[in-house]
Design a protein around this ligand. Structure first.
Ligand code: BTN
Length: 253
């Protein structure tokens, strides 16, 4: 946005009970023409969705489950960056609210001491020829009991309470997260992705670590070097070569 600053988002927070998925609900409202700033926050979800087609287990009282509607006035190829904008905002908001370090793992896992405590799912809602709307769905493990995570992920997953952190009251927590979201969203609209990229790299807890990323045609391996101007993961594959990966999941060795 040239010559003027993006205005603050007027969040409209709707609290609801047991739903299929807050992202599905916000997607539906987007199709009906809801303006950006709508936030749906659920007590629990029956069909919570995670990245890569996974489920997001969402029982009542265990986590924060909410989705946010955005209609960013940016070129379509920049929309995917919003998952990293959201990640930076959530990491800072959680750190501020709970007094702890929150790290990021590409593309948008929120972590405490290397264990996942939250994640972000970005959906695009087609708008018949116009720019798609964006739904950012956020799930944060507040107090998931031991044994409450799927066995495959149990070792790499934690909750804020499980990590021994002070938990603020939930509406206070969500208010702080949305405030930070608003700040980073406006930074992105006013100044582009570069400030977000720098902050994302500063928050990433895996820079320099050796990883692999399964891809359709084989596996990419190297040291995490950072992210590029489009939010792609940069892997240092040795000999000064950087490989960029635009989607997938990091496996840490
Ligand atoms: C991930 O796999 O890391 C992303 C998880 C995103 C889960 C949240 S919970 C609120 C919103 N509604 C959904 O169905 N998914 C997202």
């Amino acid at each position: 946005m040239a010559g003027t600053s993006a205005p603050s988002l007027a969040w409209r927070l709707e609290k609801t009970g047991h739903v299929d998925s807050t992202s599905d609900l916000v997607g539906l409202r987007a199709r009906e023409g809801a303006p950006e700033g709508l936030v749906i926050w659920a007590e629990s979800q029956k069909k919570g969705r995670g990245r890569l087609g996974r489920s997001w287990i969402s029982p009542p009282g265990c986590g924060l489950y909410f989705s946010v509607l955005l209609r960013p006035p940016v070129p379509g190829e920049q929309l995917a960056s919003l998952s990293l904008v959201t990640a930076v905002a959530m990491a800072e908001g959680l750190s501020g609210a709970c007094g702890m370090e929150i790290g990021l793992k590409w593309p948008n896992d929120l972590r405490i001491e290397g264990k996942k405590v939250g994640g972000i799912l970005l959906d695009f809602v087609p708008e018949g020829g116009k720019q798609p709307a964006v739904v950012a769905g956020i799930g944060i493990n507040l107090r998931t009991p031991l044994g409450g995570f799927p066995p495959k992920f149990a070792k790499q997953t934690t909750s804020l309470e499980g990590a021994g952190r002070r938990l603020p009251e939930e509406s206070e927590l969500i208010g702080g997260l949305l405030e930070r979201f608003d700040q980073w969203y406006r930074t992105f609209l006013d100044s582009g992705f570069e400030p977000v990229r720098q902050r994302w790299e500063a928050l990433c807890d895996g820079i320099g670590s050796q990883v692999s990323v399964p891809l359709a045609g084989g596996t990419a391996a190297g040291k995490v070097a950072g992210i590029d101007a489009a939010g792609r993961l940069l892997l240092d594959t040795g000999g000064g070569k950087l490989l960029s990966v635009d989607a997938g999941e990091i496996i840490e060795s």
